[in-house]
Design a protein around this ligand. Structure first.
Ligand code: NAP
Length: 291
């Protein structure tokens, strides 16, 4: 059986991928790379092989990757240092002779720096290219925006306030849930025929916040309206409510990117790989807001 290593396994996507894998292969065939083994007690208790390593520490990566056939490479959450870290991962994968690298990339419309999220996303397209040039068989998973971020953007009081207030205009995005993306990753890690392929892992449909306000209205039985201010009005309003600048900036940038259609890629790749319908945005919201 192939030896699989999952990075980012103390994070949400990596942990979900390991849990999916545990339903398909023996724990002894699964390793995880973690920065802090204390955060991986739960995985250790499931007999997964926990290896300490850091994307910033090249030697730790080479040591961790020795004897691994398939690497599920979760993109780093450290946006400022991400590409240098990813270079370490890819070089270490080459040195350790990894057999197949599966990278969690991102959907995007533009790669020329004009995207409002270029600062966050450029490491993805650079990493995709690095992996393609590495000589290692690869699968690039272009993840759509997680459905999971919707409650973060809209706030947990959206049903009470009756208003979604976000600068996303009429832009649509093809959201996919983190759990479905993890499940599809586990399918790729445990089945054949995915070498040198790029999958568009968005949902099968795209939705605007107007559409989402309709879903929430239907689910809650209350009228939920969508108001799209300018990015400046949005920032001013949230600042006056005491929301930290970093959070405002992050949400505003993504919403302006949504307005430009940067994440509007409805496809059936995810549905095909899962062998079932992905979780719908409406079902996700129903559970998230307990409606
Ligand atoms: P998450 O919960 O923040 O997990 C990130 C994982 O990366 C954690 O396990 C973290 O380890 C690990 N990590 C960070 N820096 C590292 C380093 N220097 N060396 C080794 N591991 C490191 O994020 P997630 O929700 O699982 O998402 C996975 C990735 O998808 C994120 O990292 C980000 O690139 C991207 N993302 C995509 C979307 C989307 O909507 N498509 C949304 C959010 C994030 P620690 O536990 O030690 O911190």
């Amino acid at each position: 059986m192939s030896k699989i290593l999952v990075t980012g396994a103390t994070g949400q996507l990596g942990k979900a991928a390991v849990n999916e894998l545990l339903q398909k292969v023996n724990a002894s065939d699964i390793s995880v790379l973690v920065r802090d083994p204390q955060k991986a007690e739960e995985l250790k208790n499931k007999d997964v092989n926990v290896i300490k390593g850091d994307y910033n520490d090249y030697a730790s990566l080479v040591a961790a990757f020795k004897g691994i056939d398939k690497l599920y490479f979760v993109s780093s959450s450290d946006v400022m240092n991400r590409f240098a870290q990813h270079e370490n991962v890819v070089k270490a994968a080459i040195e350790a002779k990894i057999g197949h690298i599966i990278y969690t990339s991102a959907q995007r419309k533009s790669e020329d720096g004009t995207s409002p999220i270029a600062m966050v996303a450029d490491a993805h397209w650079k990493t995709d290219n690095l992996i393609k040039q590495s000589g290692i068989p690869y699968t690039i998973l272009k993840h759509g925006l997680y459905t999971d971020i919707l409650p973060m953007f809209m706030g947990d009081k959206v049903i009470e306030t009756g208003t979604i207030f976000l600068p996303a205009g009429n832009g649509k995005a093809s959201y996919a849930s983190r759990n479905d993306l993890a499940a599809a990753g586990a399918v790729i890690l445990t089945t054949d025929g995915h070498e040198n392929k790029v999958y568009e892992f968005g949902g099968t449909d795209s939705y605007s916040f107007e559409d989402i306000s309709g879903m929430l209205s239907e689910l809650s039985g209350k009228t939920i309206q969508y108001v799209s201010p300018s990015a400046e009005e949005y920032a001013e309003q949230l600042k006056s409510l005491g929301v930290p600048d970093e959070m405002i900036q992050g949400a505003a940038t993504f919403c302006v990117a949504i307005a430009q259609g940067e994440f509007d890629f409805p496809t059936t790749d995810l549905e095909r790989l899962l062998g079932r319908k992905p979780e719908s945005v409406k079902d996700f919201l129903k559970a998230a807001y307990q409606l």
